[in-house]
Ligand binder design. Structure first.
Ligand code: HEC
Length: 274
């Protein structure tokens, strides 16, 4: 099909580009190999230090942990984030990608599929580890060659998955979140008060106050992803979440045009949420 498109394009120039089907669901090569499933099933509990509700920097880290945007184009196409393999910081024992997994819960991270240049030419799927207590398990990776979580995380993003280079502030937030993942369940689990949507929207305030429009837009996109995930997991809240996504879009447009007005609009929006 790709060859035909190119031949037509050569013959008829730009007109044929309109005739060629866009990259779409109809092209399985763009999506998960058939027979795959990356759904973890019932999500494991998140075991956090002192069971603190996530706000601010660690919450930003969790949004990044959940975002395919961290892991490059292949991951975005198949909706794959850190959380797909390490759900809530634990392990997806059902993870199965046809051609990349052996038993469920294993994956070959040095495969040409990732287009990362780390293809070692052999089919060598390895078990996905849990990240519970990961701050205490250095050195990292199967080969144990990387001494710090910082170095291993950069390795995962840029070497294994060919992701874009990560901003230092985002790497720091991601590490802050992972450092809170514990290997034992906190005693005061029942007192866990939930992270709210207002906690999520509050992440916009700091970049807006600093007039850092790029970071504010990025945070806006991460919150939209979260609204999307919640819309899928709680269909009853779908219309409320869609309204919020529209309001957020309006705020994002304001960020581009009038950052100071966007700050006021965000503050008003958050106070109406409470
Ligand atoms: C496709 C599944 C998959 C995805 C997506 C994934 N990982 Fe992993 N992860 C693995 C596997 C498999 C290992 C085993 C070791 C290795 O890579 O050498 C691992 C190992 C790790 C380790 C080392 C744990 C240890 O104790 O040595 C860390 C830390 C880690 N991953 C963090 C991340 C982060 C952060 C992301 C997202 C940026 C991520 N992973 C995305 C599969 C995945």
């Amino acid at each position: 099909m790709a060859g035909l498109r190119i031949d037509l394009a050569v013959m008829f120039g730009t007109v044929t580009i309109c005739l060629a089907p866009p990259l779409s669901l109809a092209d399985p090569a763009n999506w998960l190999p058939s027979g795959s499933s990356i759904d973890p099933g019932p999500t494991p509990d998140e075991w956090l230090t002192n069971n603190i509700p996530l706000k601010g920097k660690p919450l930003l880290g969790k949004l990044l942990f959940n975002s395919p945007s961290l892991l490059g184009e292949k991951a975005v196409r198949i909706g794959l984030s850190c959380n797909s393999c390490h759900p809530n910081g634990h392990v997806n024992t059902r993870f199965y990608m046809n051609g990349l997994s052996g038993a469920p819960g294993t994956v070959d991270v040095t495969h040409s599929f990732w287009e990362s240049g780390t293809d070692d030419g052999s089919f060598n799927p390895i078990p996905i580890p849990s990240l519970r207590g990961v701050s205490h398990t250095a050195p990292y990776g199967t080969l144990k060659t990387l001494p710090t979580l910082d170095a291993f995380t950069r390795h995962v993003i840029s070497k294994e998955f060919a992701g874009p280079s990560i901003q230092p502030s985002e790497l720091s937030a991601l590490l802050t979140y992972m450092n809170l993942l514990e290997s034992t369940r906190s005693q005061d689990m029942s007192e866990h008060d939930e992270t709210t949507l207002s906690d999520h929207f509050s992440l916009l305030l700091e970049p807006l106050k600093n007039e850092d429009t790029e970071s504010a837009q990025r945070v806006g996109r991460l919150i939209r992803e979260e609204l999307g995930r919640r819309a899928i997991s709680t269909p009853a809240a779908h219309s409320k979440l869609s309204r919020m996504a529209r309001d957020l879009k309006a705020i994002q447009n304001l960020i581009l045009k009038k950052p100071s007005v966007a700050l006021k609009a965000t503050q008003d929006f958050i106070s109406n949420l409470d």
